[in-house]
Design a protein around this ligand. Structure first.
Ligand SMILES: CC(C)(COP(=O)(O)OP(=O)(O)OC[C@H]1O[C@@H](n2cnc3c(N)ncnc32)[C@H](O)[C@@H]1OP(=O)(O)O)[C@@H](O)C(=O)NCCC(=O)NCCS
Length: 156
């Protein structure tokens, strides 16, 4: 990690709600999200209050030179943690994704010794994120196919 890209993680707090809301509803985050619809501030607040109390969830605000620049989240199941990551809209495409992911992995290794596996779910069109995770040592394990059914299928 370059010294000028030194990223620190701090626990998200309820007072981060407004900033998180704007980032979560930004185009760059929504278009790469599994839940792309805009959300209301009330929905967001309800989600955040619950999320901050969950023992299996860690939400961090990443800071660079005292500026908040993005978010990472860890969701723990047994010995595995699923990582979600995003940068503030004005911080995308500046090479900050790699140190942000690296800081998250480092935190996990140093604070959650039971975690032996890290996972991430990425949309097929999100090539930037795929490249980021691959460059950080993640390998593709499964391809998930889905189909919406509405009662119009015939038996063949
Ligand atoms: C995903 C994200 C964290 C990546 O961080 P970033 O700093 O913007 O990423 P970078 O600009 O360093 O790009 C990562 C790599 O992808 C490459 N890349 C960018 N666009 C690409 C594209 N369309 N196709 C292939 N590779 C691409 C970059 O060249 C870079 O590779 P390099 O390091 O070899 O040059 C950030 O873009 C983001 O927050 N996006 C919105 C939310 C999101 O998608 N989150 C991930 C959900 S799983």
């Amino acid at each position: 990690m370059k010294e000028n890209n030194k990223i620190f993680l701090r626990n998200a707090k309820l007072s981060d709600a407004e900033k998180l809301y704007h980032w979560r509803n930004s185009d760059s985050v929504r278009k790469n999200s599994f839940s792309p619809n805009p959300i209301t501030y009330d929905e967001h607040l309800k989600w955040l209050k619950k999320a901050l109390k969950m023992p299996s969830r860690y939400i961090f605000i990443a800071t660079l030179s005292a500026e908040d620049i993005g978010v990472t989240r860890l969701d723990i199941t047994n010995n595995s943690a699923e990582i979600s990551i995003y940068l503030a809209p004005n911080k995308i495409s500046q090479g900050l994704g790699k140190p942000l992911l690296s800081a998250t992995i480092y935190w996990c290794e140093n604070n959650l010794p039971n975690i032996k596996k890290l996972t991430a779910k990425i949309l097929p069109e999100n090539k930037r994120s795929q490249k980021l995770f691959e460059k950080s040592g993640f390998t593709l394990q499964t391809l998930e196919y889905t189909k919406t059914i509405n009662g119009n299928n015939t038996y063949e």
